[in-house]
Design a protein around this ligand. Structure first.
Ligand code: TRP
Length: 450
């Protein structure tokens, strides 16, 4: 039954999953959502969701995927043949991945565009004037065809990499370049923290003021935790089916969770000190990173141009590895169901998500008059992708995992057929049966009601 590919080494599987988790979610989305919902208090709630919920969900997706050796829909059906309707949870994951990829392409397009803007010296010309930098970004992101062009360039790169196959493509790219990106973010932290008045940014991030926290902020923290860890959409389930049999699922998931979270916090440390020092607002919205970082680069003198170019190239690579894994999940699902060549699925979803992405991109400018329940298309899909679809799919997954799948199978999978000690199992079981589903339910219902 198993036709799934497996990664060549344990490190390969970990690095590929880290490559999937680490992306624009950490460096672009975390600072802007954290800034929008109050800084430190948001961070505390976010960390709770990441470790009590996100990591548990990641393990459950890994276990389901590796046990079933199938893509999302069939995986649920294979593990519970009597109630094939569980396959719907998998389908919801596929739909979620589809919308996330479409939106992801827009921001990835901006990143690609900023590689160009940095290398051509256009960013350097703006100096350290917050108004000029903001105007430049607004003009860029709302203009009609420039972002679309860069979006297409990015999507084509992703397509080219994915047609190279799972192992070569994903493993090699993420193994080499992720550590370099982390290094650059560290350098940015140092630069940002040594700007005059940087202390206020550190305080904003690390001294929580709970009076600033709203219900919406809690919901956003959950959405951000799921988004950043790539859980609640069946993508990690597909990765689980590639994890080698002797790999320790608990350890792998913990590593990914910790790395992903550290990178998000580092990104916050690179952004917020500069936000306050350079005179921006932490609530600057989706453009925050594209406003603040050019300002930081421009305080670095001539080296800034090289550094900025390198940074946006690497951010683009991080976005590529994430986009690949989304397209990979869609492709694997499609070819398992239709028995067609991988090319067909990859091309089909490439075209569909690119077209949708173009629409979302235009909705920030020339199509901004089109509204769905008062939101532009872009804002609408952003809500869908963070607070509705992933929590719903996550809830289905965790209920299946906690209440439907036989406990013996889970033990067997997490202990690698009895060869690993799993002292954490009772706590893990408690989290996955009670804490995680309840938390998801409460947050989801309150989200829908508000
Ligand atoms: N986690 C990715 C990031 O932080 C974004 C993402 C969300 C994702 N869902 C995904 C990536 C599913 C791969 C697969 O940028």
């Amino acid at each position: 039954m198993s036709q799934q590919k497996s990664f060549s080494s344990n490190l390969g599987a970990i690095m590929a999953a880290v490559g999937s988790a680490v992306g624009l979610g950490n460096i672009w989305r975390f600072p802007y959502i954290c800034g929008k919902y109050g800084g430190g208090a948001f961070l505390v709630v976010y960390l709770c969701f990441v470790f009590l919920l996100g990591s548990v969900l990641m393990m459950s997706e890994f276990v389901i995927g590796r046990r079933a050796q199938h893509t999302p829909v069939k995986a649920f059906q294979a593990l519970c043949p009597k109630h094939r309707a569980w396959g719907l949870v998998g389908l919801l994951g596929i739909i979620t991945s589809f919308f996330i990829l479409s939106q992801y392409l827009v921001i990835s397009g901006w990143t690609t565009g900023y590689v160009w803007n940095a290398a051509s010296g256009a960013l350097a010309k703006l100096g350290t004037d917050p108004v000029a930098i903001s105007d430049f970004f607004n003009q860029f992101s709302t203009s009609q065809w420039t972002p679309v062009l860069f979006l297409c360039v990015f999507a084509l790169i992703v397509l080219a990499v994915i047609l190279g196959g799972v192992q070569k493509g994903i493993e090699n790219v993420s193994k080499v370049l992720m550590p370099v990106l982390v290094l650059l973010v560290l350098v940015l932290c140092v630069r940002s923290l040594t700007l005059p008045g940087a202390g206020r940014g550190v305080e904003y991030l690390f001294s929580p003021d709970f009076s600033k926290l709203t219900g919406e902020g809690v919901l956003a923290a959950l959405g951000q935790a799921l988004f950043s860890l790539s859980v609640g959409m069946g993508v990690m389930l597909v990765y689980g089916s590639y994890i080698p049999v002797n790999d320790n699922i608990f350890k792998t998931a913990m590593w990914i969770t910790v790395c992903d979270t550290l990178i998000a916090i580092m990104s916050g440390l690179a952004i917020f000190p500069a936000v306050f020092s350079c005179g921006f607002e932490p609530t600057g919205g989706p453009g925050l990173v594209f406003l603040v970082l050019p300002n930081v680069f421009n305080t670095m003198g001539t080296a800034g141009v090289v550094f900025a170019s390198l940074f946006f190239v690497l951010l683009m690579v991080a976005a590529i590895t994430s986009a690949i894994s989304l397209l990979e999940a869609l492709t694997a699902w499609f070819s398992e169901h239709t028995h067609t060549n991988r090319w067909v699925g990859a091309l089909l979803f490439f075209v569909l998500t690119t077209v949708l992405g173009i629409l979302f991109s235009l909705s920030l400018g020339s199509l901004s008059h089109i509204k769905i329940s008062g939101l532009t298309l872009f804002d609408f899909v952003d809500r869908l992708n963070s607070i509705y679809l992933p929590p719903l799919c996550a809830l289905g997954t965790i209920i299946f995992f906690g209440w439907v799948m036989p406990e013996e199978d889970i033990r067997d999978e997490m202990s690698n057929h009895g060869t690993l000690r799993i002292g954490y199992f009772r706590l893990f079981r408690f989290l996955s049966r009670y804490v995680a589903p309840l938390a998801l339910l409460v947050v989801l219902v309150s989200g829908i009601l508000s």
